[in-house]
Design a binder for this molecule. Structure first.
Ligand SMILES: [Zn+2]
Length: 166
C-alpha cells in the first residue's frame, strides 16, 4: 500500500471535472436556472473579491479549459451546446488570431448595461480550451459584451503565440 503525501491527500479531496458532472437529481434533473449561476458568478463572487474577481474568473476559466483535455474545437462547441454557455460562432480562425462570438451568453445576456465587460470566466475558458487544442499560448480579450456593454454578442479576440519551451 502506498502512502499519500499531504499534497496527494489534499488533491484527492478536490472535486474533479468528471465528478462535478455526476448529477443525480431524480426529481429536478440536470438543469438549474441561469439565475443561480449569475448570482454566484456576478453577485456573490464579485462581492467578496471586488476588483480582483475579473482576473480570478479568467484564470479559473483558463485552468478549467486546459484541464478538460479536449482534442478538437468541435468537442468544445459540443460542450458549450450541452452546458448552454451560449450560441458560439467562430467568424475568424487564423494561425495567430481567432475570434469567438457568444450569443445569448449565460453570464450576461439581458442585463441592463453595466459599463464594463463581464464574461472573464468564459474568455478564460475559451483561451484554455484553444491553448490545449492548438498547443499555443493563448490570451483572450473580451472586446464586446452583451450585458456589459450593450453589444449583440460577447466577442473574444484570441491572440496565439508559440509556447515558450523552458
Ligand atoms: Zn459578456
Amino acid at each position: 500500500m502506498s502512502v499519500q503525501t499531504p499534497e496527494e491527500f489534499a488533491r484527492s479531496r478536490n472535486v474533479e471535472v468528471t465528478n462535478a458532472l455526476n448529477v443525480l437529481r431524480p426529481s429536478l434533473g440536470n438543469d438549474a436556472g441561469v439565475a443561480l449561476y449569475r448570482l454566484l458568478r456576478l453577485v456573490a463572487l464579485e462581492d467578496i473579491m471586488g476588483r480582483g474577481a475579473a482576473g480570478t474568473a479568467y484564470v479559473a476559466g483558463k485552468k478549467l479549459g486546459i484541464s478538460l483535455g479536449l482534442k478538437k474545437l468541435e468537442d468544445f462547441l459540443d460542450l458549450c451546446k450541452a452546458l448552454k454557455v451560449g450560441i458560439i460562432e467562430v467568424p475568424l480562425l487564423a494561425e495567430s488570431h481567432i475570434r469567438v462570438d457568444v450569443y445569448e451568453c449565460v453570464t450576461c445576456a439581458g442585463l441592463k448595461t453595466v459599463g464594463r465587460t463581464l464574461c472573464h470566466f468564459e474568455g478564460g475558458l475559451i483561451a484554455g480550451v484553444v491553448e490545449s487544442i492548438v498547443k499555443k499560448r493563448t490570451r483572450a480579450h473580451e472586446i464586446t459584451c452583451i450585458g456589459g456593454l450593450g453589444d449583440k454578442a460577447c466577442g473574444f479576440d484570441l491572440e496565439l503565440k508559440p509556447l515558450v519551451q523552458t
